[in-house]
Design a protein around this ligand. Sequence first.
Ligand code: DX5
Length: 218
Amino acid sequence: MALIVPSILSADVARLGEQVAATQAAGADRIQVDVMDGRFVPNITFGPLVVEAVRRHCTLPIEAHLMIVEPERYVADFAKAGADTIIVHQEVSLHLNRTIQVIKGLGKQAGVAINPATPLADLQEVLGDVDLVLCMTVNPGFGGQEFITSMLNKIERLRAMIQQHNARCDLEVDGGIHAETATQATRAGANVLVAGSGVYDAPDGIAAAIARLKAAVV
Ligand code: DX5
């Protein structure tokens, strides 16, 4: 059964504690904090302080998705703030193997993310080292975007690559995930789904939205 990971980008940040507690009560498997610096992506969002705040309001594993340049400079801060998994982007990690080792040395799970146009070949040397690969299904920076359907083939090829390398990492997708795309993405081989607007913008609320996503995965 695929894991459901709401991301707080679309949550009501004025009531973040309540929203996070409700997310856990609704059966989410993890929670993701979308960290953006206005340079790697055209938006600015959260820092380690928000990870600390989320940590105070739930016991779920927290993923810090660092959509920032020079992520290696901030890994220790997010680890200290309480993130359980730290995800860096391959596109801005000149020394990706070293950054992964640093994250693991801090006792955290290591994830690597790639944008829609980034080839899978850029992951193959680290598949055996990471706990999670994140295949972005939108161009990162904003919630509520449309799922890029051409990513379904990329997800299939990534799942095949993970199997060929006998890797044990999760295959996570992020962007435009709602019931229909959740079914498509899990059929293609994703086993962890990040959803922001699909959870927090749902007219019938967080619990119904998470139940819908859980029912939609194969
Ligand atoms: C990058 C952000 C979003 C967010 C999910 O843009 O990281 O992908 O998590 O946003 P939705 O689910 O609203 O597309």
